[in-house]
Ligand binder design. Structure first.
Ligand code: HEM
Length: 449
């Protein structure tokens, strides 16, 4: 009997012809989600392509995605895209693997349970109010920048208990530089080790050292004061089953990871929600009516969220059309079967939320923004991996409750006071990188409601 009995197809899954050296690289282009969607629509639920270094499968059937993320999860690790960010995320939750990851996940999980996360709701509402206090009606703003600053402030306060605006700017400036340099590395045809003294590597190492020094100083300072309710305090106190705690290095890796994974993603969910609302006045009207009825002008609190179904539907629908994380990937650590094909050890399997969330079998009129589709229990009827903005299986986002609560509180608090009018000549496009920001920002004028 063969070790892999379900392999019924010889060779690779279907896919576009590529060139000998670059493979399909030149066809992918900057809007890589278009390439993914075209691949799935042309070649079906298991398609294959190649970039210069990697053989990739794109799977777009919910059952196959479940097989990768749940059933066969132990035979995969995170793919090269995630590993590129190891220099900054170290051995934090996003990039670690195996028993080490599991022990850390168990240690951090309690801090992200719904009840614990609800204690951050007042911080989220207060920092949103503080942002609104600085806004002026008639002013032109970049919504993407405003929400990114807000979620960054919320992350630093809930993570480190940190209020200081100057320190936040220092963290964000170093981070932006580190990310630019790491993204260049990901796109480069040859990746030399970071220890190799090329001009780009030297710049990267300097930026990383600055960033680490800053984060280490937050941690050192925290240890000199009484611990609080912030996530870092929880991490400092957390103990593994054998009674040991996290090393200084591990604390830094987890803090960097939570800050990075936790703020830009939620900012994008908010930014794209406002964009979609600006294009769909009926949905916006219904949302404002819900807030007037339930909140009547005050900021949202954690217990209000269950009484705001349309707000949740808007957030769900916005993450369907503009998933902040639009692709996740795994690398096979052994030969195994998927959709009747052989996935060889070292191959990468991609799963794209952008593609899956546009499947007309589950989302009729997929390109239309229809929050109503979520109101009659759609989420419970869908196959498990038809909609997965937070991933799934054992590596599902640890911040799901945090993000959903933050998005709803910010949306309701801002939306009751302000209305955005997109600048008439604004060019709106996506820029798929690790997440998916608007390529030219989101310029809009503020009007008081
Ligand atoms: C709308 C907001 C967010 C979205 C769309 C999102 C999406 C995701 C996705 C898709 C994954 C899985 C990646 C994979 O399987 O390869 C993930 C993992 C993760 N996310 Fe989020 N996330 C969001 C907010 C947050 C927040 C607020 C935090 C923390 C405060 C957070 C922390 C993490 C961490 C630590 C992981 C790795 C978990 C593990 O592997 O154990 N995320 N996120």
């Amino acid at each position: 009997m063969s070790a892999l009995p379900k392999i019924v197809h010889k060779g690779l899954p279907p896919g576009p012809k590529g060139t000998l050296i670059g493979g399909n690289l030149s066809q992918i282009g900057p809007r890589r989600v278009d390439f993914f969607l075209d691949l799935a629509q042309t070649y079906g639920p298991v398609a294959s392509f190649r970039t210069s270094r990697w053989r990739l499968f794109l799977v777009s059937d919910p059952q196959l995605i479940q097989q990768v993320l749940v059933t066969d999860a132990r035979s995969y690790i995170k793919h090269f895209g995630a590993r590129t960010f190891k220099p900054v995320l170290g051995n934090g939750l996003v990039t670690s693997e195996g028993d080490f990851w599991l022990a850390q996940r168990r240690l951090l999980q309690p801090a992200f349970l719904k009840a614990q996360v609800q204690s951050y709701a007042p911080i989220m509402a207060d920092l949103t109010e503080a942002m609104l206090a600085k806004w002026v009606p008639g002013k032109s703003v970049d919504i993407a920048f405003e929400f990114s600053s807000l979620t960054s402030a919320i992350a630093l306060k809930t993570l480190f208990g940190l209020d200081d605006h100057g320190e936040r700017e220092r963290v964000d400036t170093s981070l932006r530089l580190v990310f630019e340099l790491l993204t260049d590395r990901l796109d480069a045809p040859i990746q030399l080790p970071i220890s190799f003294p090329t001009p780009a590597n030297l710049k990267l190492r300097r930026a990383l050292n600055d960033l680490f020094a800053l984060v280490d100083s937050f941690i050192a300072e925290k240890k000199t004061r009484p611990l609080g309710n912030d996530l870092l305090s929880t991490m400092i106190q957390a103990q593994h089953e054998d009674g040991t705690g996290m090393s200084a290095q591990q604390l830094r890796d987890e803090a960097m990871t939570l800050y990075l994974a936790g703020h830009e993603t939620t900012a994008l969910a908010l930014t794209w929600s406002w964009y979609l609302l600006s294009q769909n006045p009926d949905a916006e009207g219904r949302l404002v009516e819900e807030w007037r009825r339930v909140l009547n002008g005050r900021s949202a609190k954690a217990p209000d969220l269950s009484a705001l179904p349309y707000t949740s539907a808007v957030i769900n629908e916005s993450m369907r059309l503009y998933p902040p994380v639009y692709v996740i990937g795994r690398e096979a650590t052994t030969d195994l079967e998927l959709g009747g094909y052989l996935v060889k050890r070292g191959y990468t399997v991609l799963m794209s939320q952008w593609v899956s969330h546009r499947d007309p079998r589950y989302f009729p009129e997929p390109e239309r923004f229809l929050p109503e589709r979520w109101l009659d229990g759609l989420a419970t009827r869908l196959p498990k991996f038809a909609y997965y903005p937070f991933g799934g299986g054992q590596r599902i986002c640890i911040g799901v409750h945090f993000a959903l609560m933050e998005a709803a509180i910010v949306l309701a608090t801002v939306g009751q006071k302000y209305l955005f009018t997109l600048d008439p000549d604004a060019k709106i496009d996506i820029m798929p990188q690790i997440t998916m920001p608007p390529k030219y920002g989101m310029p809009a004028t503020l009007a008081q409601r």
